[in-house]
Design a protein around this ligand. Structure first.
Ligand SMILES: O=P(O)(O)OC[C@H]1O[C@](O)(COP(=O)(O)O)[C@@H](O)[C@@H]1O
Ligand SMILES: [Mg+2]
Ligand SMILES: [Mg+2]
Length: 339
């Protein structure tokens, strides 16, 4: 029987890699694990308790909030407030960032940006959903309230990022900039256990993920790439398979393990993009790159984008290196033709 490595064991072991480590990031990662278990409990019995359906309010994105969006948001905020490592948060479900000013948190070293419940359109139909998180060291002085600048940092400056996938099993996948590791929740012992050590994304794959319902509103370069994916060419394993769950975390996770590309481009109906840079695209871009993949907004590396707004959106191309590069070359090719 192989040794079980729990998330706590693993994080403590890895903490030794950092001479200056204070244990605060270790505590923060275990706070995230606790909140994930609480949300997992609610997700698993969603149909039995009154947490399906809409809450009856609209968030700053103009989306109808689902009850589980708010339940997850509150569970994670409670966990971030509890430890003292976090001085402020920003989330998809809150109009503005929240600075924690209690004496326990105001000296906190980190800020966290998160999408408490990703894949909201799939909550009521029992399809995989998730949570996405992004962690930065604060810029502002400890002992003072967190400020907007603490949250508008480039993705490349993340100290850690990851996601939780509530699927047939519940997994937590994260990176602190030293590779990507995946943990599966063992409900019988209530622990996240190392199940996917040192995840490496294949340089290429046979899966492309895009909402083809938007194709006629996309850039010609995107159409060209989708056409490329569908062409018959045994040598390159084409046609590829189209797979689209409609939960970013689930689509991203599948492609991370199997090889594939996820694309949500800017479109006529989403001219700035659909997905949110700070708590959807940046954390997953961090994971993609740490696993050997790539992530762009169609023009530049996602992690190099300098944010200007908390809820800004961007185009998103992420996954296997060769496939993202190919999609970029189609965009450039079409752009060159047009100009
Ligand atoms: O229905 P569409 O336009 O394809 O959008 C699906 C995308 O929207 C999202 O649901 C947006 O995230 P939220 O559910 O957190 O709002 C992604 O998970 C998913 O990839
Ligand atoms: Mg989301
Ligand atoms: Mg969400």
């Amino acid at each position: 029987m192989s040794k079980i490595t729990t998330l706590n064991d693993f994080v403590l072991e890895r903490q030794k890699d950092f001479a200056y480590a204070t244990g605060e990031l270790t505590n923060l990662l275990s706070d995230i694990a606790v909140a994930s278990k609480i949300v997992n409990r609610d997700v698993n019995r969603a149909g039995l308790v009154d947490i399906l359906g809409a809450k009856g309010e609209t968030n700053i994105q103009g989306e109808e909030q689902q009850k589980l969006d708010v339940i997850a948001d509150e569970a994670f905020i409670r966990a971030f407030k509890s430890g003292g490592e976090v001085c402020g948060i920003a989330s998809e479900e809150n109009d503005d960032f929240v600075a924690f000013e209690d004496e326990n948190s105001i000296n906190g070293k980190y800020v966290v940006l998160f999408d408490p419940l990703d894949g909201s359109s799939n909550i009521d139909v029992n399809v995989s959903i998730g949570t996405i998180f992004s962690i930065y060291r604060r810029i502002s002085e400890p002992g003072t309230p967190a400020v907007l600048e603490d949250f508008l940092q480039k993705g490349a400056d993340q100290v850690a990022a990851g996601y939780v996938l509530f699927g047939s099993s519940t997994m937590l996948v994260y990176s602190t900039g030293n590779g990507v590791n995946g943990f599966t929740l063992d409900p019988s012992i209530g622990e996240f256990c190392l199940s996917h050590p040192n995840i490496k994304s294949p340089d290429t794959g046979r899966i492309y993920s895009i909402n083809e319902g938007n194709l006629d509103r996309c850039d010609p370069g995107v159409k060209e790439y989708v056409q490329y994916c569908r062409e018959d060419d045994a040598a390159t394993g084409r046609p590829y398979s189209g797979r689209y769950i409609g939960s970013l975390v689930a689509d991203f996770h599948r492609n991370l393990l199997k090889g594939g590309v996820y694309i949500y481009p800017t479109t006529n109906n989403w001219p700035e993009g659909r997905l949110r840079l700070l708590y959807e695209c940046n954390p997953l871009a961090f994971i993609a790159e740490q696993a050997g993949g790539l992530s762009t907004d169609g023009h530049q590396r996602t992690l190099d984008i300098v944010p200007t707004e908390l809820h800004q959106r961007c185009g998103y191309y992420a996954g296997s290196k060769d496939m993202v590069e190919k999609s970029m070359s189609c965009l450039k090719h079409k752009e060159a033709k047009i100009n």
